[in-house]
Design a protein around this ligand. Structure first.
Ligand code: NAP
Length: 321
């Protein structure tokens, strides 16, 4: 392949439900760049595989990489790239980027705040009182005395911290590297985890899934929180040990858990998480970029790569996020 034949095509591998909208969004913005939709237009032996320079996927199809000899850019469809990184034949020498977008940051803040406010303001109890036709006022809790800890102070954790602070919550944040965030009590590194967790009324997990964060919230971490505390797990299911969470809820130490992500997705019908009285399940809907925003970012990143400019939101493959 000569310099002038450098592959400029983009292969998109959407989830079935997003297929048409994502394809239309890429076609609308791609200009003279060809867009291929997996699997219709890019069966492994299709001739256009030669033309593909960028793959866009959440969970790339098995064995796809062997059939894309001229790939130059790996692009996630979301904020997390753990599924892409788990593919055995991933060409790990290639640059990779992920998605950071306003609607994802805002959607995640909305999702987590909805859960936090329901708990802070006793709305699960008010739902029950309404069903029982009981007019009863509970004392209004002061958000400033109800500490919320956010694990992960990245794009999403910082977005949540910002709005939580404005609603008066006492906010703590935990990250890998040291951070200084006005109004937030910050903690960095594994050694600081006990201090970060001690006495929390709510824990929100917004970490990428990496070997270091897998199973990071277990029995000891949950026990460190205040009696009656709540957990909001909205990043990846492998981070909270589900059996330990159920045990902490059953013992009464925790009062409720809001789970948007689970170790196995879709959640199997036999999972006890579905029916546990102290667990609210949502089907991994906290936040996603819309098709046009995803297409804009991917196409900009591909153009940056071609121009030798730094990528937006690159993934550090050694760190795994
Ligand atoms: P990000 O910008 O990469 O931020 C990650 C944060 O986690 C950073 O603050 C990082 O610390 C911290 N971190 C990583 N490894 C750590 C470790 N071992 N110990 C302590 N802190 C660690 O990611 P993001 O955009 O905020 O997204 C976070 C995750 O949310 C994604 O990876 C994805 O899995 C999940 N997500 C879920 C949904 C949903 O719908 N449920 C939607 C979007 C995203 P440093 O700042 O020091 O690097």
């Amino acid at each position: 392949m000569t310099e002038t034949q450098t592959p400029r095509g983009v292969l998109i591998c959407p989830m079935p439900a997003d297929k048409d909208a994502m394809h239309a969004a890429f076609l609308a913005q791609s200009g003279d760049r060809r867009v291929y939709l997996y699997p219709e237009l890019a069966a492994p032996d299709a001739p256009m595989a030669e033309q593909i320079g960028c793959i866009v996927a959440f969970r790339p199809p098995r064995d796809i990489f062997a059939s894309l000899p001229h790939l130059r850019l790996l692009h996630g469809t979301g904020a997390g790239v753990n599924h892409m990184l788990a593919v055995p034949d991933l060409p790990r020498h290639l640059p990779m980027a992920r998605v950071v977008a306003d609607e994802v940051t805002q959607g995640m803040a909305q999702h987590c705040l909805h859960a936090l406010l329901r708990e802070l303001r006793d709305h699960r109890t008010y739902d029950r009182l309404q069903r029982e036709k009981v007019w009863k006022r509970l004392p209004q809790r002061d958000a400033g005395t109800w500490p919320v800890g956010i694990m992960g102070l990245g794009a999403l954790g910082m977005g949540l911290a910002d709005v939580a602070l404005r609603l008066g919550f006492a906010v703590r944040g935990w990250s890998r590297g040291e951070k200084s965030v006005p109004g937030v009590a910050t903690f960095a590194g594994r050694d600081s985890l006990p201090d970060f967790l001690a006495g929390l009324s709510a824990l929100v997990v917004l970490l990428p899934l990496t070997p270091e964060t897998t199973g990071i919230v277990g029995a000891a971490e949950l026990a460190a929180m205040a009696p009656g505390a709540v957990v909001v797990s909205a990043a990846r299911g492998g981070q909270v040990i589900e059996a330990d969470l159920i045990a902490a809820l059953d013992s009464g130490h925790l009062s409720h858990a809001h789970l948007d992500v689970m170790a196995t997705e879709p959640l199997p019908p036999e999972s006890p998480l579905w029916t546990h009285p102290a667990i609210t399940v949502t089907p991994h809907i906290a936040a996603a970029p819309n098709g046009p925003a995803l297409a804009r970012l991917v196409l900009e990143n591909f153009a940056r790569l071609e121009a030798g400019a730094p990528l937006l939101f690159p993934v550090d493959l050694t760190l795994g996020y």
